[in-house]
Design a protein around this ligand. Structure first.
Ligand SMILES: [Zn+2]
Length: 164
């Protein structure tokens, strides 16, 4: 920390700290380098500044897998360039203690950022082993099954109605 130095904003003449006005121009003195104190911005602050508020809504969804922490952080960096916040999770099945440091990671983003994240990752050719489109969720299989049953029931019902 350097000691504060008073300077004249007009002639830039330095003055001792007990002076309040420039001896030659009578201007109120200012602290030299005051704006420099606001310069250091932490990495965390820089990161927060980049995040697009459109992408912070919703539950976390997986958008990519990474072989290790370093690769996962590289993916996070790519996403952040587009304003997409992300977090890492250890891939399920690899959460045994000696895999903590080295195991694969899932890259998770808020649901609102999923489409944007996929675009980024596809462009960067990060998503390579992902199946195209969504995996069939159990509820979706059930919905299809129910739809088939409903159509079948309707056909049976129509059959009995027409026969009556
Ligand atoms: Zn002056």
């Amino acid at each position: 920390m350097t000691p504060e130095t008073l300077v004249c904003p007009n002639c830039a003449e330095p003055h001792p700290p007990d002076e309040r006005f420039c001896r030659s121009c009578n201007m109120p003195l200012v602290i030299s380098g005051a704006e420099a104190l606001e310069q250091p911005v932490s990495a965390r602050h820089e990161r927060a500044r980049k995040i697009d508020p459109r992408y912070i809504e919703g539950d976390l969804v997986r958008v990519a897998g990474a072989m290790n922490q370093a690769e996962a952080e590289f993916v996070q960096g790519l996403l952040l360039e587009e304003g997409i916040p992300s977090t890492l999770r250890r891939t399920r099945g690899f959460d045994v203690p000696d895999m903590l440091a080295a195991g694969p990671r899932d890259v998770m983003v808020p649901a609102a950022g999923r489409d944007a994240a996929r675009d980024v990752l596809l462009e960067a050719e990060i998503v390579r082993d992902e199946p195209p489109g969504d995996e069939p969720a159990p509820w979706r299989v059930l919905a299809v099954l129910l739809a088939v049953l409903a159509v079948g029931a309707l056909v049976v019902w129509l059959g009995t109605e027409l026969a009556a």
